[in-house]
Design a protein around this ligand. Sequence first.
Ligand code: ADP
Ligand code: 3PG
Ligand code: MG
Length: 393
Amino acid sequence: MAEKRGIASAPVHGRRVLVRVDFNVPQDADGRIADDRRMQEALPTLNHLRAAGARTILLSHLGRPEGHRDPRFSLRPVAHHLSVLLGQPVSFAEDIVGARPLELATRLENGQFLMLENLRFHPGEEANDPAFAAQLASLGQVFVEDAFGTVHRAHASTVGVPKRLPSFAGLLVEREVRELSKLVEAPARPYMVVVGGAKVADKLPLLTSFLGRADSLLVGGALAFPFLHAQNAGLGATKVEGGLKEAVDLFFQQAKSAGTEVVLPSDLLIERPGTSEATAHAVGHIPPGGVAKDIGPETRARFAEVLARSRTVFWNGPLGLAEDPRFANGTREVLARLAEVPGYHVAAGGDSARVAHDLGVAGSFQFISTGGGAALEFVQGLELPGLAVLPDA
Ligand code: ADP
Ligand code: 3PG
Ligand code: MG
């Protein structure tokens, strides 16, 4: 992909600079920030702007509040945490557009920061409403895109605003594009893709683009269930997303003609409801009432064996319910063994990045992307609207 015009050449001194960041951070049950990696990764751009004397206005979303104000998704705690990371106050505008944010924006001095409330509290954000985008754009004079995790969305803040202001790619976006491009242009082969996680309906259609592109596709996590189900493997009481059999059958046919090997679990770790017991069972022999929570030991060994032949690996999605220590072994063991395999390894996905760190296997990767869906689409060579709108270098 062509390089984008970066912030080194942006005229920011004394200007109001709108920066789209992806501070859609994982939250714990009490709404606290469970992982601030996406904020940490934006600091190089924010420090650059501060040093250059910009007046920075931060734009982000958090969660999916669908156009309504919802206190669970307020960015106020995020603004507070950012002030700790930056070591200086970050003012906060509860309104996204209107008189108040404009007043706070015009009051900014060089090197200061303002953050607006969650953009998705306003229906104009996801709809890319022109009037909303124009109002947002009027707060600043320059736009910087640093929300790599959100560039696959054509929203007001990712497309509408950069269409209306001189726009530049931030340092995080530049780094993500540089690293992920290695998987698009000429990955060393065998190129293997490991996918898991839970967003089955989101991810299944995306997997087709890996056929022909990757040499092997290893599927674990809840994502493997519709594949196993389509092969008539009983999965006990495991919840399997319905209505996917046709799509999966077509997928197997396409994989065959594209010459991409699809590797599925051959055994699963099964939890018996009402007990805390978990035991491994071969696919085809899952006990009725049992619920699949992780890949089994035979599958772990086989995945690791297949990956040992790889030269390039892209991983998205835990191979089991890795937040629960009883079901983290599949992901941990497969990824730990990847550390011994020479080559270029990339991890992507909000939960995947967190799990890689929590399980102590982040060192198996040369690059950990802040993008989930965005990284998945990027490595398939798809055009991302939030990047397409930025001028080339
Ligand atoms: P990412 O954010 O990395 O793209 P997803 O959001 O698709 O990944 O999925 C992550 C979630 O999937 C994790 O919370 C994990 O516990 C869950 N998960 C993976 N395998 C299973 C499983 N077998 N049963 C239930 N949840 C699972
Ligand atoms: C992400 O977490 O992948 C990004 O912040 C985009 O969020 P979304 O899937 O709700 O658009
Ligand atoms: Mg996720």
